[in-house]
Design a binder for this molecule. Sequence first.
Ligand SMILES: [Zn+2]
Length: 312
Amino acid sequence: MKFNKKNSGNIILFSLLIILAAVLVIGIKKDSAEGLDNKDTSTQLSSVTNNKNTTNTDSNKTEKKNAAEKNNTKKTDRFEGLTLTNGDITVPVLCYHDVNPKQTNDMLMDPVKFKEQMQYLKDNKYTTLTMDELYGFLKEDKKIPEKSVVITFDDGYIGNYTYAMPILKELDLHATMFMISGMLNNELYVNEKQLKEMSDSDAFEIQSHTAMHEHLATLTEEKQLETMKTAKEKLESIIGKPIEYIAYPYGESNKNTRTAAKNAGYKLGFSLDGAMADKKDNNYNIDRLYVSNNYTMDQFIKKLTTAPRDPQ
Ligand SMILES: [Zn+2]
């Protein structure tokens, strides 16, 4: 073929036709491939539906596994980015009772004052430990943030549910409520439904404060064991979680109390002697700090940061 002007025009036209044909062919192939994909997907869906009954158990297991992994991640992530230590530091374990605007005595903490104290902990980057985290640090050499604090409430007053819980939730803090199991459903105290709701939240965990708030040191070891066991079993049956920590009523204990607490299945027992908790504390005589409604903010901070290491 001679290369003249007419021929070159034909060549260009021919090339364009080939390109057009190629584009069409590729387009058709792509459509049919997508059609196949769709078909595969619908086959998979119908097979999933058909196998629904048999795969349900597996998917439940997977869901449970995922939830467990999520919980574990959450627990380890709690300390992420904080300076940790397993050294010989002290931990303030604060002891509150009721949080209630009816201020009739120094054990009834004003909710406004309580919020200020919690806000101080939050603003100053304190980590509020769970009982297991405190136990891990004191007795198993596990690490905790250098600025750790434990918030506890004794007795199980209704104000813990009504006033303290919303504040703790708002500030994303954690506390422990030591419940007198025999006072559940008394109008001044939380009821079983509220106890379960608190236990299911991140704001609260529930632990034991005996069955009837007895002066333990006046009882025989057998009677002490009985009230500790009764409370543990009752509370466990309501919240569906192990009760492994106890605060002694009035902070009172004797040698028999410590033996009874151990035999009843508790891991730690808490007193109320105005000192910081540390690794030297006996498992069944862990020091705590009482917080009075009469404290100014300065007094609160002073107690939190400079309370003695041992009872004076
Ligand atoms: Zn009490």
